[in-house]
Each structure stands twice: as structure tokens, then as C-alpha cells.
Design a protein around this ligand. Structure first.
Ligand SMILES: Cc1cc2nc3c(=O)[nH]c(=O)nc-3n(C[C@H](O)[C@H](O)[C@H](O)COP(=O)(O)OP(=O)(O)OC[C@H]3O[C@@H](n4cnc5c(N)ncnc54)[C@H](O)[C@@H]3O)c2cc1C
Length: 282
């Protein structure tokens, strides 16, 4: 199918883009177009106006800002995946990209577009939550910052308002010695997740410190597993502990489909992710 008719705007600076958003009238940002354009072609989205930000070149960056890595709205998945800064400080992000889409899609798609699209089976919403990323939302005359843990509200639903644009993702560099794990089961590498489990943690005096765990592809949006994090904190890494918390997480999940299978995946993947994180920690 073809999309329904829409107005097309191509601003060259952020303020012009925000001004267009502020005029209301069902306008949407066009970044990589890798999710929005198919949705428009299927007429699942019928925006009256597209604001193409691809010429707002100031938004195309991945940079160090003190102890924060800042990623602009036009940074493409492919650039993030191959960035030395990301590999050095956020290896889980670089590695996870092996599982996210294919080179052609990664060359156009953006991290910010991915987060705003908020597919429940997307990997980055889970990863941004365990990295405790902050999302900078701008509108005419003001900006606010929302924690990634507060941003995802449901399938394709986020905390962003209609007149706001996600301009930057800010991720504090993890403490030295932070271990991480990523596991996914999908139909094929590059497809959306049936189940993704991600974790970071530190080890101090042999005990688990600051565990952060999230799943995607199961519930209606990616989410942290607060109960599991609480159960692991201060404990020694141990196979039976990991099996217990995985069983708890599986029971607590609210899969939107294939519930028994998704719970099996959580039970299988979570201990592996925790083992990898412990191995990499310290
Ligand atoms: C074949 C294929 C396989 C894929 N596989 C995966 C996968 O395995 N995992 C995965 O996570 N994704 C996957 N994707 C999706 C891909 O990651 C997209 O690039 C991403 O979801 C959307 O990014 P985009 O820049 O293309 O956004 P667009 O498609 O341009 O926009 C998506 C939505 O976000 C809004 N938006 C975009 N940027 C902003 C902004 N800065 N501020 C406010 N709103 C904004 C748009 O208005 C729109 O509603 C796949 C896509 C394809 C085509």
C-alpha cells in the first residue's frame, strides 16, 4: 500500500523543527524512517505532516560530555555500533547491535527513533533502562529530561508529548569493573526479540552490587525487574540463586503472547546473562 497524503517539511535547524511540531495538526518527526515509513505504508500511521530532521546535522553526534556519553537524535545505529567511544564505555550497546536489524536498516535507523517508536520487542529500550539513560525532550522554549525507566509506557507508547522531540540520549559511563550480559532469542539474528534479557552488575567483596536487569519482547514494553534486582543485591553469585530469581522473574512476567514459551525463555536466559555479567565484572 501507499501512505495517505501528508505534508512534508524539511527544516535545517532544531528550532525550526520544534516550531513545526508546535503548530500541532498531527505532525510526526521522520528520522531514519525504518519504522515510521512501513507503518505509514500499512496505514497504521497516518500523520498529516512529516518533519524530516535529516538535514538538522547538529543532531548527528556521539560525544563524550565529562562522565556522560551523549548521543544525538540523528546518530544512526550503524555509527553507534562502530563508535570507539561506545565500544570503550558501553560495550553492551555495541554488542547488542549484532542482534538489531540488518546493516541497511542500521545505516538509516537512529537510536532516538528506535526509542520513540517503543516497539515492545526492541532491545535498546531495555538496555537504556539498565544503563539508566536520561532522555532529553525539547519543545519550543524549553527542555526536560526523563529517565529511560519512566519513558516507556506501553507498546508504541512513551512519555513524549506531541510537541516534543527527543534530541539527545545521555548515558553515564558505567563504573570501572561493571559486568554486563545480553542474551536474546529471535526468529533470526536481526529480527525483533522473542525475548531479550540484559543485565549489568558490579562485584564487591565477592557480593553482587547494583544489579540492573531488564527484559524486552515479553511484556507490553521493556521493563526493569526490580524484584529480581532486590533479591540479588548483596548476595554471592550462585547457580541456585540465579535459577531461583529466574523462576521468580518468569512467574512475574505478563507476556502478551505465547506465555508458557516466553516464561521458559526467561528461565533459560536470565541465569546465562547473570553468569556473563559476573564473569565480566571486576
Ligand atoms: C527489517 C527491519 C528489521 C528491524 N529489526 C529490528 C530489531 O531487531 N530491533 C529493533 O529494535 N528494531 C528493529 N528495526 C527497527 C529499526 O531499529 C528502526 O530504525 C527504529 O525502530 C526506528 O528508528 P528510525 O530512526 O528509523 O525512526 P523513524 O522510523 O523515522 O521513526 C519512528 C518513530 O519515532 C518517531 N521519532 C523518530 N525520531 C524522533 C525524535 N528524535 N523525537 C521524537 N520522535 C521521533 C517518529 O515520529 C516515529 O513515530 C527493524 C526495522 C526493519 C525495517
Amino acid at each position: 500500500m501507499k501512505p495517505s497524503a501528508f505534508r512534508y517539511e524539511r527544516p535545517t535547524d532544531l528550532q525550526a523543527a520544534l516550531a513545526l511540531l508546535a503548530t500541532g495538526g498531527d505532525a510526526r518527526i521522520l528520522a531514519g524512517g525504518q519504522s515510521l515509513v512501513p507503518m505509514m505504508n500499512y496505514r497504521l500511521a497516518q500523520p498529516a505532516c512529516l518533519i524530516d530532521i535529516n538535514r538538522v546535522s547538529d543532531l548527528d553526534y556521539i560525544r563524550e560530555d565529562g562522565d556522560v556519553i551523549a548521543i544525538g537524535a540523528l546518530a544512526r545505529h550503524g555509527a553507534i555500533k562502530s563508535s570507539d567511544l561506545i565500544k570503550a564505555h558501553l560495550p553492551i550497546v555495541a554488542e547488542a547491535y549484532d542482534w538489531i536489524a540488518h546493516a541497511a536498516v542500521r545505516n538509516r535507523g537512529t537510536l532516538c527513533g528506535n526509542l520513540c517508536h517503543a516497539d515492545a520487542a526492541s532491545e535498546m529500550p531495555a538496555i537504556m533502562q539498565i544503563l539508566e539513560a536520561e532522555l532529553v525532550l525539547a519543545k519550543v522554549g524549553t527542555t526536560r529530561t526523563v529517565a529511560a525507566t519512566e519513558f516507556f509506557v506501553g507498546t508504541y507508547e512513551t512519555a513524549i508529548a506531541e510537541d516534543e522531540m527527543l534530541t539527545e540520549v545521555r548515558i553515564r559511563k558505567p563504573a570501572a569493573g561493571t559486568g554486563w550480559g545480553f542474551e536474546e532469542v529471535a526468529m533470526r539474528r536481526g529480527d525483533y526479540a522473542w525475548c531479550t534479557v540484559v543485565a549489568t552488575l558490579e562485584i564487591s567483596d565477592g557480593n553482587i552490587v547494583a544489579p540492573r536487569i531488564a527484559i524486552a519482547g515479553v511484556n507490553d514494553c521493556a521493563a526493569r525487574l526490580g524484584t529480581v534486582e532486590g533479591a540479588l543485591t548483596g548476595k554471592k553469585p550462585d547457580a541456585s540463586l540465579f535459577a531461583d530469581v529466574a523462576a521468580t522473574a518468569a512467574e512475574a512476567a505478563t507476556p502478551t503472547e505465547n506465555a508458557a514459551y516466553k516464561r521458559d525463555l526467561i528461565r533459560a536466559l536470565l541465569p546465562r546473562v547473570l553468569n556473563d555479567a559476573v564473569e565480566r565484572a571486576g
